[in-house]
Design a protein around this ligand. Structure first.
Ligand code: ADP
Ligand code: MG
Length: 625
């Protein structure tokens, strides 16, 4: 037996490790299973290159909890360690055997999926244990070793009588960490971190019923047997080649990732690069609702099939955090801070690659099956529009496949807008002005009005569309957008051929002050226009620029103070009701008509609320009595 001092520069490194190495105590199990997995992968690698002869036997890793003895056991049948190796790899803190192995076998082992590389993971065991034992037998013909350490820098190392190859780590769980002896807690951790690790992991047993023989009696009970309960799928879909997978495999892997998610994903993107960095994964486009926040952060990040986090902020561009799926890269360190990630060059490259792949996939779908793409548009537009807004590279690519739907259910690409739609007019910068609605329900009467005059109205109703329109108009020379209930409508009216007013100039001069006085308290600007007789008598519009400024202010651009409401009241001098207002016998009746027409205009702008709405209802009842 030998005793000695663990070789660390700082005498009291253990309290430091306990407190600071990992903020999350639960990751100790991930680290120890990663080591067991590494030991097994190394063994398999040595066997594959002929350094180990013969059958390796069953390689399942086993996790066992003994509540009475307050111990948790992690048992592998990997390559094990000799006493000298324990001395070297365990006692010299921060000496990584994983790195050494990769260095030694660098020609053959780079795809062996070795996880470790800091040489600190093992010590995370002390975050939850008062004492840790290692009993290990090397695959080479040397005696087994038994190492014990109680968390002080002193350890003991002696021979053991362990006969079979591999390593057992025994954690004597400390009293503050009793939760890690509970079956349900262990199961939860295994589910979270180890669900897709490459070596089978057993935790407990389960009953399995055997299939009945074909000639069995119809009420014969199937025989049940007890089998090891394997908690992981060691061969998940993303580790396979796209050519070996069918659509149904992608679907069933989605179920495996999100068992509680009932909707099918719309399509998927298989990621697979090995230069200049390594990355595999599968991303899914789910059906997205307009509420962005609740849908974020479902992508799981793995490192060599070990779960790292489901917060991929900084690795995946913000707009893609709305997708689901898995990303696996050995180039992403297991334990690092966010600020480190953001500064890391490899991470930036990964982010660019993913953006490009997503754009390529979308443009492929668009080209191959435009109708199919159109039918999915409403479920995916948020991601695309969000991406166009936030990533310039994506904006350029998305130009080809971003769609602009109309209220009539047609879909146009940006390039098609000019050739397919009738311009409202050409503005002073020579831009082709197109009408759109942000809310087909609320702006219904305006849409109808425009459609009656032969205009197509685009239906652009995502929450961020205002910002995107702003960006499009800045980036493009050709097209500009005008909301259907804005001042653009005046253009729509003025362009009409039958603008001959039924009212004489004299009559107009009488009419205008009538209305202005009646609605003085509203602050609306009265504007007389000769419109079709089937247009509304009164219409309220807000200048496009003013509405946009207000929208920007609401979404946090607020340097402008409180912007005033600025509405124009368009009075249709060709409408019979307006003639009636002019020719009213009593001032009282006229006032009532004006207010009634005004409230109808407010109603179609969604502006009639509270007391004004109550008064409108009262007045309407009076009128029909
Ligand atoms: P890393 O995994 O980053 O190398 P660790 O602190 O997790 O660092 O482990 C240190 C070293 O101890 C490993 O690289 C390996 O050589 C050895 N080791 C740890 N656990 C085992 C095990 N179960 N079987 C064989 N060797 C192990
Ligand atoms: Mg490790």
């Amino acid at each position: 037996m030998s005793t000695g001092k663990i070789n660390v520069a700082v005498e009291n490194i253990f309290p430091l490790i306990k407190k600071f190495l990992y903020s999350d105590h639960e990751i100790f199990l991930r680290e120890l299973i990663s080591n067991a997995t590494d030991a097994t992968s190394k063994l398999k690698h040595l066997s594959s290159i002929g350094e180990i002869k013969g059958d390796l036997g069953d390689l399942t890793i086993e996790i066992k909890a003994d509540k009475k003895a307050k111990t948790l056991h992690i048992i592998d049948k990997g390559l094990g360690m000799s006493q000298e190796e324990v001395q070297k790899y365990i006692n010299e803190v921060a000496f990584s055997g994983a790195e050494e192995f990769l260095e030694q076998y660098k020609d053959t082992a780079k795809d062996s999926g070795i996880i470790g590389h800091f040489g600190l993971g093992f010590y995370s065991a002390f975050m939850v244990s008062e004492k840790v034992e290692i009993i290990t037998k090397s695959h080479q013909d040397v005696p087994a070793a038994h190492w014990v350490c109680d968390g002080s820098p002193e350890y003991s190392l002696e021979l053991s009588d362990k006969q079979d190859r591999g390593t057992e780590i025994i954690l004597h769980i400390d009293k503050d960490s009793k939760e890690f002896l509970e079956e349900s807690r262990i199961r939860e951790l295994l589910q979270k971190y180890n669900k897709f690790m490459p070596i089978p992991i057993q935790f407990g047993t389960r009953e399995e019923s055997l299939p009945l023989p074909e000639d069995a009696d119809k009420d014969a009970k199937p025989e049940t047997i007890t089998v090891p309960n394997i908690i992981n799928n060691s061969n998940p879909a993303w580790t396979k080649k796209p050519a070996d997978l069918e659509e149904k495999d992608y679907q069933s892997f989605y179920r495996e990732l999100y068992p509680m998610q009932f909707e099918e994903p719309l399509f998927n993107i298989h990621l697979n690069v090995d230069y200049p960095f390594n990355l595999t994964g599968i991303l899914y486009f789910p059906k997205l609702k307009n509420d962005l926040n609740i849908q974020k952060d479902r992508i799981q990040l793995y490192q060599n099939q070990v779960f790292v986090t489901d917060n991929v902020e900084g690795i995946v561009p913000e707009f893609l955090t709305l997708l689901r799926g898995v990303i696996d890269s050995p180039d992403i360190p297991l334990n690092v801070s966010r600020s480190y990630l953001q500064a890391d060059g490899a991470v930036k490259k990964i982010s660019n690659y993913i953006t490009r792949k997503v754009a390529d996939k979308l443009s492929g779908l668009f080209k191959k099956d435009r109708a199919g793409f159109e039918s999915k548009w409403n479920d995916i537009k948020v991601v695309i529009e969000y991406g166009m807004l936030s990533e310039d590279k994506f904006f350029e690519k998305a130009e080809k496949f971003a769609l602009y739907p109309t209220t009539q259910g047609a879909f146009y690409a940006y390039e098609e807008l000019e050739e397919q739609l009738k311009a409202l007019h050409t503005d002073k910068d020579g831009k082709f002005v197109i009408l759109y609605t942000s809310d087909a329900e609320a702006q219904h009467s305006y849409i109808k009005q425009a459609e009656n005059k032969g205009y197509t109205v685009l239906l652009l109703d995502s929450p961020i569309i205002g910002h995107l329109i702003q960006k499009l108009e800045g980036a493009k020379e050709k097209v500009s957008f005008a909301r259907v209930d804005g001042d653009a409508i005046e253009n729509l009216i003025k362009k009409e051929e039958n603008t001959i007013s039924k009212l004489s100039d004299e009559e107009k001069e009488t009419l205008k002050p009538f209305i202005e006085t009646a609605i003085a308290d509203t602050g609306y600007t009265v504007q007389l226009e000769a419109m079709d007789s089937d247009s509304l008598p009164f219409t309220l519009t807000q200048p496009e620029f003013m509405r946009r400024m207000k929208e920007m202010q609401q979404t946090g651009g607020g340097m402008m103070g409180n912007l005033p409401d600025m509405y124009s009241l368009l009075v249709n001098t060709n409408h019979p009701l307006v003639s009636e207002i002019l020719h009213c016998k009593t001032a009282k009746k006229r006032d009532r008509l004006i207010h009634q027409a005004l409230d109808l205009a407010r109603l179609s702008q969604n502006l009639l609320k509270g007391e004004a709405l109550t008064q409108f209802i009262q007045r309407s009842i009076e009128l029909i009595k």
